[in-house]
Design a protein around this ligand. Structure first.
Ligand SMILES: Cc1cc2nc3c(=O)[nH]c(=O)nc-3n(C[C@H](O)[C@H](O)[C@H](O)COP(=O)(O)OP(=O)(O)OC[C@H]3O[C@@H](n4cnc5c(N)ncnc54)[C@H](O)[C@@H]3O)c2cc1C
Length: 484
């Protein structure tokens, strides 16, 4: 796509009338040394935000605040697939780097760019067909939109617990959530997606059409092949659930071990996260579990009885309620913060030496103004009904996804943050021998060595072939993207 062909498509011609004041300085065409933003603005049904726009900084900000200074030159707030297409073609015509943005929750700030941010967050409609339970989502829908649309029908998909996270990023990289053991990963419920490619074509991808790209859209991660403008999911019915949050402060190694034993033999109806946290200003470590059981309080009590026999929790909340009320108990908003998360898949159980290492490292945490957490999310169940090569999400057949999260704030001096980063690296490296060299592509980690192996394993070669056929010029790229 050249500048001339962009103009010939007509997409670039219809500007001039009714441009907002902050854009009028460049409304008469290309400003020397800067790309013709007015031409792009005129081609959009949505709006083009430039740095002078009052909303610009807020929309540009990523979830991970350490990357907030990477500002784009402009943000195309797309209202339609045509807007996405025009933005993709315009960027190439004027050699402006592009990036897709949905929820902005990339852990590594990979939906920031020094060029054009193609923001689909206004394409967030979710419609459910009550007869079939099929849900159609715009490419910019967030978990919060899924919650609101599914609740009236008593149906769900496997969603995340942070309401602000974008479904695009979530599903394209796999998607873990408390429903995954009973119903599979988010990407396992995906039936179809539409994607705008670098050459401007918009393709339907499903098992029947462009099935290789559909395979890749279930686990490769966002930002690799094009910009997804819509997702179709098969939802499932949800009834009453028992939700729980329990915490312990004593005998942590024994409690950890007992919880792990319970979790590894639990029914698929259990969704659970275990965390051990060192918090600024708190005297010791706290171990907690959070999750849901598609079952009764009595069934949960029987699962937890062996753990209670080891040590009674210092705090506990257990309640039974309808599914979507339960999600209000479990969910978080997902507001921006300073954070670095490093993951490792666990193929088996964690040995006593692994548990001792986790506790020892957290006790040696250098400390920030916020917290450091080691956690695992229980896997297995429906995730394992597919083979690792059946979708691009290669990490099936694991018992857990573990991660270490380091959080700090703007008042932490740089030297302290650096000391903490060294600690995080050492801890992450030490855990490899107890876990695996595989990491979750949705917990994308700019510090990960050999990341293509870590995210894709044996699926990498096929992903590269697909990349070569759908994005041969490598238009969609970021520091850890799939190479051509
Ligand atoms: C607070 C928090 C909670 C989380 N909880 C969970 C969880 O419960 N389960 C889980 O699996 N993961 C979770 N994650 C990880 C999350 O899935 C990833 O960070 C995901 O990539 C975020 O998607 P996004 O659309 O919000 O982010 P963005 O930053 O907008 O996008 C992420 C990547 O996808 C690309 N992209 C964005 N939109 C599109 C599109 N429409 N088409 C193609 N590419 C696109 C971007 O360019 C970028 O490379 C969480 C992350 C955070 C920060």
């Amino acid at each position: 796509m050249t500048r001339r062909t962009f103009l010939r498509t007509g997409a670039g011609l219809a500007f001039a009338a009714g441009l907002p004041g902050w854009l009028s300085g460049c409304a008469s065409g290309r400003v020397a040394g800067s790309p013709p933003w007015a031409e792009l603005a005129a081609s959009l049904q949505g709006t083009l935000l430039l740095p002078q726009s009052p909303d610009f900084r807020q929309v540009a900000a990523p979830w991970a605040l350490q990357y907030a200074s990477r500002l784009p030159q402009a943000i195309a707030m797309c209202a339609s697939e045509a807007d996405v297409r025009n933005s993709v073609l315009w960027s190439q015509a004027y050699e402006v780097p592009l990036v897709a943005r949905s929820g902005g929750h990339s852990y590594a700030g990979y939906s920031t760019t020094p060029g054009l941010m193609i923001n689909v967050s206004q394409m967030h409609a979710v419609e459910i067909d009550p007869a079939t339970g099929v849900a159609r989502l715009g490419g910019g829908a967030r978990n919060r939109n899924v919650y609101a649309a599914c609740r009236p029908y008593g149906r769900a998909v496997t969603h995340g617990r942070c309401k602000e996270v974008g479904v695009a990023g979530l599903v394209l990289g796999g998607g873990i959530g408390f429903n995954m053991r009973a119903h599979g990963l988010t990407c396992d419920g995906l039936k179809e997606t539409r994607i705008v490619l670098a050459d401007g074509r918009a393709l339907n991808c499903s098992e029947r059409e462009n099935s290789d790209l559909f395979w890749a859209c279930r686990g490769a991660g966002g930002g690799n092949f094009g910009i997804n403008t819509g997702f179709t999911f098969q939802t499932f019915e949800v009834g009453n659930y028992t939700v729980f949050e329990l915490a312990w402060n004593d005998r942590l190694a024994e409690v950890f071990d007992a919880l792990q034993t319970m979790a590894l033999s639990a029914p698929d109806t259990l969704g659970m996260k275990l965390s051990v946290v060192a918090r600024a200003g708190a005297p010791g470590l706290t171990l907690s579990i959070l999750g849901q059981l598609a079952g009764t309080r009595e069934q949960l009590a029987s699962l937890l009885a062996p753990v209670h026999a080891v040590q009674r929790p210092s705090k506990q909340t257990v309640e039974s309620m309808a599914y979507w009320d339960a999600q209000e108990f479990l969910s978080e908003e997902g507001y921006p913060e300073y954070s670095h998360e490093r993951s490792r898949f666990v193929p088996d159980s964690l040995s006593p030496a692994a548990i001792a290492t986790i506790l020892e490292e957290l006790r040696a945490w250098p400390g920030t103004n916020v917290a450091a957490t080691w956690k695992f999310f229980l896997m297995g169940g429906a995730i394992d009904r597919l083979a690792p090569t059946q979708t691009a999400f290669v990490h099936r057949r694991n018992t857990m996804i573990s991660s270490i999260e380091l959080e700090w704030n703007a008042q932490d001096p740089q030297a302290r943050v650096e000391r903490n980063q060294l600690w995080l690296s050492r801890f992450h490296d030490r855990m490899e021998r107890y876990t695996s060299s595989f990491c979750y592509q949705n917990f994308i980690d700019p510090a990960q060595r050999d990341y293509l192996h870590a995210y894709y394993g044996e699926n990498l070669a096929r992903l590269r072939e697909i990349k070569r056929s759908y994005d041969p010029k490598n238009v969609f790229r970021y520091p850890q993207s799939i190479p051509v």
